[in-house]
Design a protein around this ligand. Structure first.
Ligand SMILES: NC(=O)c1ccc[n+]([C@@H]2O[C@H](COP(=O)([O-])OP(=O)(O)OC[C@H]3O[C@@H](n4cnc5c(N)ncnc54)[C@H](OP(=O)(O)O)[C@@H]3O)[C@@H](O)[C@H]2O)c1
Length: 325
């Protein structure tokens, strides 16, 4: 089969298309014929050896995908060849076939095509887990989303709106803010030209945002923390800017702010029942037309390396989907 392969941790440019043997399912495993795989920032980190998980080499990146079950291993119940499924596998999706633990598969929701299903679980799952599970966002509160035109960012905009919040989007260009607005953001702040804290205070009558969701890190994190309301929640989701910020704790003390970590993949493993409830909620919102996977580009497997490089250097918006087979 064809696969985009990482032979050694290093630059994304070293990824190569290769022919590799078809995978065999072990006990409890399933071989999925991948139909679509969406890109997420961790795909760029994992091949460089910069992600918290380091797969055995060689491997294919591609954390989440949708496809059709081809073979099932011993001891797998409830899945049969021909079933359409969606997977959060961590890696392996940028190949024609992927072997994955059955526990990491869910039936593909009716009403979604393969591209939508491939662009659903990770970003919406992270957004709902962060906003509802970790921050306990309430209807009527105000949410500030950084990197609001990115994959997690746009999902957070949509989920916050579905939960009845007012959303302030922050992003680095007018085009990106327009995309966030088209997905429901109420107002936008271009943090490449405007002062983020001042902008948030202006939009909230001086109170600040009740919940801040930060998948970017870097230079904007401190302004975003300063723009968090009294007893508001600051959600540490990721560091797409490449820098892990160091924040002065007096900013936490003075407003009794809560700085909260978000690690969706780990939370899914630790509490699968809660994850399933989140997925059910997300699928209901999708069926009601309240969530719209923000697919901005569709490419083939041959173009996936280039797309990962563009994502790593801030040159994509929304979700890129790789169509495979
Ligand atoms: N904690 C969790 O459970 C969890 C789950 C999923 C993802 N994540 C993390 O969340 C972050 C976002 O993931 P994603 O898939 O949404 O990524 P993405 O689609 O590439 O979006 C990232 C956004 O970050 C901003 N950014 C600022 N500086 C950047 C730079 N130097 N390079 C690239 N982007 C930059 C960009 O927005 P502007 O140009 O508008 O600033 C971009 O839209 C990543 O760090 C990822 O690892 C965490």
């Amino acid at each position: 089969m064809n696969a985009l392969l990482c032979q050694a941790f290093g630059p994304i440019s070293e990824l190569r298309m290769q022919q590799v043997p078809d995978p065999e399912p072990g006990p409890g495993q399933v071989v999925v014929r991948v139909r679509a795989c969406s890109l997420n920032f961790p795909d760029a980190l994992i091949v460089q050896g910069l992600y918290q998980v380091k797969p055995t080499l060689p491997f294919s990146p591609g954390a989440e995908f949708a496809g059709v079950v081809e073979r099932v291993g011993a001891g797998v119940d409830g899945l049969r060849p021909g079933d359409a499924v969606v997977a959060f596998a961590g890696h392996g999706g940028l190949a024609e076939r992927c072997v994955v633990d059955a526990a990491r598969l869910l039936p593909m929701p009716a009403g979604m095509d393969f591209a939508q299903a491939a662009a659903f679980l990770l970003t919406y799952g992270t957004a709902l887990h962060a906003l509802r599970g970790v921050a306990e966002l309430q209807a009527g509160q105000t949410v500030l989303v950084l990197g609001a035109a990115g994959g997690v960012g746009l999902a957070a905009v949509q989920v916050a709106k579905a939960m009845g919040a007012t959303v302030i989007a922050a992003a680095s260009s007018a085009e990106r803010l327009a995309l966030a607005a088209s997905h429901g953001a109420d107002v936008g702040i271009d943090y490449s030209t405007q002062d983020l804290r001042r902008g948030v205070l202006e939009h909230t009558g001086g109170r600040g945002a009740d919940v801040v969701l930060d998948p970017v890190g870097g230079e904007f994190a401190e302004s975003a923390l300063r723009a968090t309301a009294w007893r508001g929640a600051f959600l540490v989701v990721g560091f797409a800017a490449g820098q892990i910020p160091r924040l002065p704790l007096n900013l936490v003390l003075l407003q009794e702010r809560r700085v909260l970590g978000v690690y969706w993949g780990e939370a899914v493993q630790r509490d699968p029942a809660r994850h399933l409830r989140d997925v059910e909620q997300l699928v209901r919102w999708f069926d009601e037309g309240r969530l719209r996977p923000p697919i901005t580009e569709r490419v083939g497997l041959e173009q996936a390396r280039d797309a990962i490089e563009r994502m790593a250097s801030r040159r994509v918006m929304g979700k890129v989907v790789v169509d495979i087979g």
